[in-house]
Each structure stands twice: as C-alpha cells, then as structure tokens.
Write a protein that binds this ligand. Structure first.
Ligand code: HAM
Length: 430
C-alpha cells in the first residue's frame, strides 16, 4: 500500500531546506535589525478567531475540525489574527509600539497549483501602537530591504489606500459588510461581478464611475493630484488621501523611491482599513504576489480599544521560488569538511578531530559507515564537501593529517596542532 502526501503539501529535502534556512536566517537578521522580536503562536486556534473578520475568502478556505471535547478549532490560515489575539491576551500593558515578527506554516483549503499550496509558510511582522504613516513607511522599507539583501531585483511594489475607496462607499451609505464584499471583488480583479454588485446596491452612476476609475489609477506619486481632484467632495476619502501623501514623504526619508501608486490594491482580507501594499514578482506568473500587508483594525473588532496596527507577511514559499528563478544553477552550497579515517585504527582520532571542528562552529562530518577511502571520497563529493581530512596511520604517527581540496584535487599536509587554525582561516571562525 502506498501512502501519499496530502494534496497541496510538500516534502522538503536537504538542498531545499538549506536554501530555505538561508532565506529564513537572512530575514530574521534584518527584521531584528529593525527592532522586531520573534514570537510563536499555536498552529491551531479557536475557529471564531478567523470567522469574525478574516474575509469571506479565507473562511471558505479554512481547515476546521472538532476536537474530542467538541470544540470548533481551525488550522491558522494566516498570522495577523493570532497575533492580535496574543496582544489582547498577554501584551496590552507592554510599552508601545510593540514590534513582533513570526515565521510559521499556514493552511488554506484552496485549489493547489504552482505557487499555491494548502500548507505554506509566512514570514511576517506586526507593529501595534505606532502612528500609521510612520509605521507603514518603516514596514514597507523593511520589506524592500529584505528583498534587496536577498538579491531579488525583479520585483514591483504597489501601494494603495483602502480608506479612499471605503470613504467614498461610506459616504454613499454602503454598509461595512457590503464594502468588504466590494473590496474582495476588486482584489480578485473580477470587474463583471464588481459591476453587478454595484448595480445591485443601486449605487449612484456617478459614484460607480468614480470607483471604477479610481481602481484603475496607477503610476507615480504625481497621480495623487488627479485623485485629489476626483474626490474633493468626499471628506473621509480626502483625509485618507492626505495620509497617503504623508506616507509618500516619509517613505522618501526611509529611502524607498521606487514603487507604483495603485488604488486597485484592495487585499483579500476584510480587516484592512488604511494603507495597503503588495509586492509582485511578475516572472512567477499567476501567483506573483510574494508579500502583502497594510494597516488594519482587528484589535477593535476583537473587542479591544482602537490602536493603530500595521503589518505584512512574505509568502515564504513564493519568495524562495523567486530567488531560485534568479539563482538558476548557482547552488547554495555550504562550506563543509569531511573527516575520513583510512583504517579502523585511525577512527578514534577521526572522531576527536570532527568534534574539535564542530566545537569551533565549522560544519563537519565524519565517516560512520566504515567505508574504504575511495568510497568516502565519492560520498564526500556527493555531499558537496569542500575539504576532506584524510586521517592515515603514517601521518598520525608524525602528528599530521592530509587535507584534500575536493575542487582542485590538490593535497596538503597539516600538523594536527595547527588544524583548527587552518580551518578558521578558511571558514571565518575566530
Ligand atoms: P495574504 O496576502 O493573504 O496576507 O498572505 C500573505 C502572503 O502569503 C501572500 O502575499 C502570498 O505570497 C502568500 N500566500 C497566501 N496564500 C498562499 C498559498 N495558498 N500558497 C502559498 N503562498 C500563499 C496575510 O495573510 C496577512 N495576514 C498579511 C498581513 C500581516 N497583513 C498585516 N499583517
């Protein structure tokens, strides 16, 4: 009987894990440079956490189940709602702003395809209690910084503001539930269904045309002047536009100058109400969105006080694919050493050597299968190891070992008491 993996899930083997680990470590380092601290929340939560306000789309896609005590639980489809819960449960008294980051798997019951999985990983952050335009600018700067550090060039940053669209709809008397629905249709880019729904709620033609024109507006910050002329009579929308203009100013101070203003960015989750942004990598095709975020009002929805909160999450799997496309054949090899005892009498010294290297933080492996030297060289080659330390009887008697460079095939003899020094020089240990 063959037992296969559930649909939409993947196994990751060694090379893939090395690549993922490298990206994870780079992201952790940069998020920490920006003053964020790591948190972890449970993989499953009370179903209600996600049904209160995570968006119609998400609710349909939730993996939910009853536990043995008949509780309704759900595998988390994202991490913003869990972080809001964590804040309300444990952190309300912490000095603000609170800057948190997370890395973990999420589950959505969707039709699997390239770049769209049922189990996927998000690397993201939330900042609670900072003023919006400042927090938004720093969050956007952080996301761009990460991509630059990872060496990704082929990406586009799109920034919109939901307050402009929602402000116009609210002014026209459209209730917040219906606004959510309209935002989700804009997000999907389903213009026909969007128009049908706008007709259904008998939106005045002038407002419908305005909305349809706004969501098509994209370009340099200069287009915000055009937006201003269009929405001059809508007080709430105008306030949001002013916030947008502030953001542009601060983004410039944070060194972010390359982006598209895009009022068609509506996001798929219902909790956003301010600046929203997405990062696209066009070469990834249909699932090109590698990052999404913005300002949201979840804490108030969950019964807390209204506190400005902003965040974003990288779709980690899509980010790794985008980097793979860029890297092509450039492998993510790691410097490694393999210790090869020539005979059983040198085995004990080989173990001592490998432990000394490991204690210095030098990635090292040793023969555990009792194989002959020829076989050990081909195994070390398969591992992508750079150097093999050959531990032979004659060398040992003179307090030496032979080091073979696997790329060039050259060999050198090194005294055992100088071995660590030799590798420290190679692998940067100190
Ligand atoms: P989201 O846009 O739903 O936002 O997800 C964030 C990222 O996760 C997406 O940009 C995408 O790259 C990736 N993603 C989503 N679904 C899948 C999937 N089925 N397979 C692979 N990757 C996927 C959020 O989840 C918000 N919580 C982000 C946020 C944080 N907003 C504020 N703070």
């Amino acid at each position: 009987m063959e037992i296969s993996r559930p649909r939409g899930t993947r196994d990751f083997l060694f090379d893939e894990m090395k690549k993922r680990k490298k990206v994870e470590n780079t992201l952790k380092r940069i998020f920490e440079t920006y003053g964020y601290h790591e948190i972890k929340t449970p993989i499953f939560e009370d179903l209600k956490l996600f049904t209160i306000k995570s968006g119609e789309e998400i609710v349909k896609q939730i993996y939910h189940f009853k536990d043995k005590a008949n509780r309704d639980l759900a595998l988390r489809p994202e991490l913003t709602a869990p972080v809001a819960r964590l804040y309300l449960n444990e952190m309300q008294k912490h000095p603000k702003p609170i800057k948190m980051y997370y890395y973990g798997s999420c589950f959505r019951y969707e039709r699997p395809q390239a770049g769209r999985f049922r189990q996927f990983w998000q690397f993201g952050c939330e900042i609670i209690g900072a003023n919006s335009p400042q927090a938004e600018a720093e969050a956007i700067a952080l996301s761009v910084h990460c991509l630059k550090e990872l060496g990704l060039e082929d990406f586009e940053l799109h920034i919109g503001h939901l307050g402009i669209l929602r402000g116009i709809l609210a002014d026209a008397g459209v209730k917040s539930k219906m606004q959510d629905k309209i935002m989700s249709l804009i997000d999907k880019g389903d213009t026909k269904e969007l128009k049908d729904n706008l007709q259904k709620i008998s939106l005045n033609n002038r407002i419908e045309d305005l909305l349809l024109a706004l969501i098509e507006m994209r370009g340099d910050p200069i287009i915000l002047h055009k937006v201003r002329r269009k929405i001059i009579n809508f007080k709430d929308a105008l306030r949001s536009l002013e916030e947008f203009e502030d953001l542009i100013q601060i983004l410039n101070d944070f060194g972010v100058n390359s982006y598209h203003i895009n009022l068609g960015i509506a996001r798929g989750l219902d909790y956003y109400d301010g600046i929203v942004f997405e990062i696209h990598v066009p070469s990834l095709g249909a699932q090109k969105q590698i990052c999404g975020g913005g300002t949201y009002n979840l804490l108030e929805i969950f019964g807390g006080e209204k506190i400005d909160s902003t965040g974003f999450a990288f779709g980690f799997d899509r980010l790794v694919s985008a980097l793979e496309k860029k890297e092509k054949d450039e492998s993510f090899s790691f410097a490694e050493v393999f210790v090869a005892p020539v005979s059983s009498s040198t085995r004990s010294e080989a173990y001592k050597i490998v432990q000394k290297l490991r204690a210095e933080g030098i990635p090292a492996d040793v023969d555990l299968a009792g194989r002959k030297l020829g076989k050990l060289f081909s195994y070390a080659d398969h591992l992508g190891v750079e150097k093999v330390i050959v531990v032979g009887e004659r060398d040992l008697k003179e307090g030496k070992v032979t080091i073979r460079d696997m790329k060039t095939g050259s060999q050198e003899i090194v005294r055992l008491d100088k071995l660590l020094e030799h590798f420290r020089g190679h692998y940067g240990g100190d």
